[in-house]
Design a protein around this ligand. Structure first.
Ligand SMILES: [Zn+2]
Length: 148
């Protein structure tokens, strides 16, 4: 089951969809979301926050620890913002906010090519995932880094 949890950032200018692996974490574990436009005003706390390419996710670590203890029988000590994000328990849907929309658009662009040049389309499509990951890692997105 995959539920789309769309959260709007504090200033209201942007939104991001979240993926909650196995729905272990309730969506309330996201205490706040800050886009690159509003994250500058946040006092970054590594104990409760993750920064990713200008975005900041603030977690409610009490909720996170409670959920992991009751649903995964994991001790509270290993539950960190990095764990929640990197292990997928509360992370971007896709590689970064807006990934789903962007990749749909990029695929549509590629599909146009298929009508012009079938062979080139197949080659481009094969390279697409790889090149995309490389580009996103270059931009500094955390999930693209760890995947590479
Ligand atoms: Zn914002």
């Amino acid at each position: 089951m995959c539920v789309d949890h769309k959260i709007i950032c504090k200033c209201g200018a942007a939104a991001a969809s979240f993926n909650l692996r196995d729905e272990i974490m309730p969506v309330e574990v996201i205490r706040g979301l800050y886009c690159p436009g509003c994250s500058g005003g946040v006092a970054f706390d590594p104990e409760t926050m993750i920064a990713d390419n200008g975005w900041v996710i603030a977690y409610d670590m009490e909720i996170a620890r409670f959920a992991s203890l009751s649903k995964m029988a994991r001790s509270a000590s290993g539950i960190t913002p990095g764990f929640l994000f990197d292990e997928g328990y509360c992370t971007w849907k896709g590689l970064y906010p807006g990934d789903a929309e962007d990749s749909a658009r990029e695929k549509a662009e590629l599909l146009k090519l298929s009508r012009q040049d079938r062979l080139k389309y197949i080659q481009e499509f094969r390279n697409w995932t790889f090149k995309r990951m490389e580009r996103l890692a270059g931009l500094g997105w955390r999930k693209a880094q760890s995947a590479g």
